[in-house]
Design a protein around this ligand. Structure first.
Ligand code: DX5
Ligand code: ZN
Length: 216
C-alpha cells in the first residue's frame, strides 16, 4: 500500500511546517485536490500553489486530483509544472484520448475518478486509457467526511475490467485502512487522518502499521 497524504487538510498558512516532517520521514507521495467551485461546491487551489510546491519539493511525487468541470482549464498548466499523477472525473465526460495523450507527453500517469454514485459501467470504455483508477469513498469537495462502505463492492467490480493500481479517497484512517487494502486498494489518500492529527508522522506510521507495513 502506498499512502498519499492529502494537502487539503494541511495548514495552508504554513504548508512547510506540515510537510517537512513527513518529507523528512520519507513519505514520498502527496495528493493535491484541485477544485473549481463548479464541479464541487468548494474552491481549494490550482497551478500557482502546485508550482510553489514543485519548486520547494522537487523530490516528492505530486498527485493532482482535478475536481473541475472543464479539465482543460488547468490541465496543461499543471502538466507543465510537472506532476507524477493526474486524475479527472468520469462524470465530466472527459476527452480521455486527448487528456491521456497529453499526460503521456509530460510523463504523467493518468487516472480516472469515479464518484460514489457513479457505476463502473459508466466509465468502462474509458478504462483502457487509464494508468490508475481513483474510487471516491465520499462525495468530493470536502475533507473530514465519513467513509462510504459501499465503495468496497466497487473495487471488486472494477477489478474485472482493470488491473492497474486502484486508489481510494475519502474518510480513510487507521480504523478502516486494513479493510480497504484487503478489498484490493493499492493507494490510500488520507487527509484529516494525517494532517488533522497532532503528529502527522505518527499518523502515517499508524496507517502503515494497520496493514502490517513498516514505517516509511
Ligand atoms: C475530497 C478530497 C479528498 C480529501 C480527503 O473531495 O478529494 O482528497 O482531502 O480528505 P479525508 O481523508 O479527510 O476524507
Ligand atoms: Zn482527492
Amino acid at each position: 500500500m502506498k499512502i498519499f497524504p492529502s494537502l487539503l487538510s494541511a495548514n495552508f498558512a504554513n504548508l512547510e511546517r506540515d510537510l517537512n516532517p513527513l518529507v523528512e520521514e520519507g513519505v514520498e507521495s502527496y495528493h493535491l485536490d484541485v477544485m473549481d467551485g463548479n464541479f464541487v461546491p468548494n474552491i481549494s487551489f490550482g497551478p500557482p500553489v502546485i508550482r510553489s510546491l514543485r519548486k520547494a519539493y522537487p523530490q516528492i511525487e505530486l498527485d493532482a486530483h482535478l475536481m473541475v468541470k472543464d479539465p482543460f482549464v488547468v490541465l496543461e498548466p499543471i502538466l507543465k509544472i510537472g506532476v507524477e499523477w493526474l486524475s479527472v472525473h468520469v462524470e465530466v465526460e472527459p476527452d480521455v484520448d486527448k487528456i491521456s495523450r497529453l499526460c503521456r507527453q509530460y510523463d504523467t500517469g493518468f487516472g480516472l475518478v469515479f464518484n460514489p454514485g457513479t457505476e463502473i459501467e459508466r466509465g468502462k470504455k474509458l478504462l483502457p486509457a487509464a494508468d490508475f483508477v481513483l474510487l471516491m469513498s465520499v462525495e468530493p469537495g470536502f475533507g473530514g467526511q465519513s467513509f462510504n462502505e459501499e465503495t468496497l463492492d466497487k473495487v471488486k467490480k472494477l477489478k474485472k475490467y482493470f488491473n492497474g493500481p486502484i486508489q481510494m479517497d475519502g474518510g480513510l484512517g487507521p480504523n478502516n485502512v486494513e479493510k480497504v487494502v484487503s478489498a484490493g486498494v493499492d493507494w490510500v489518500v488520507a487527509g484529516s487522518s494525517v494532517f488533522g492529527q497532532a503528529v502527522p508522522t505518527a499518523a502515517v506510521r499508524e496507517l502503515l502499521a494497520a496493514v502490517d507495513q513498516p514505517a516509511p
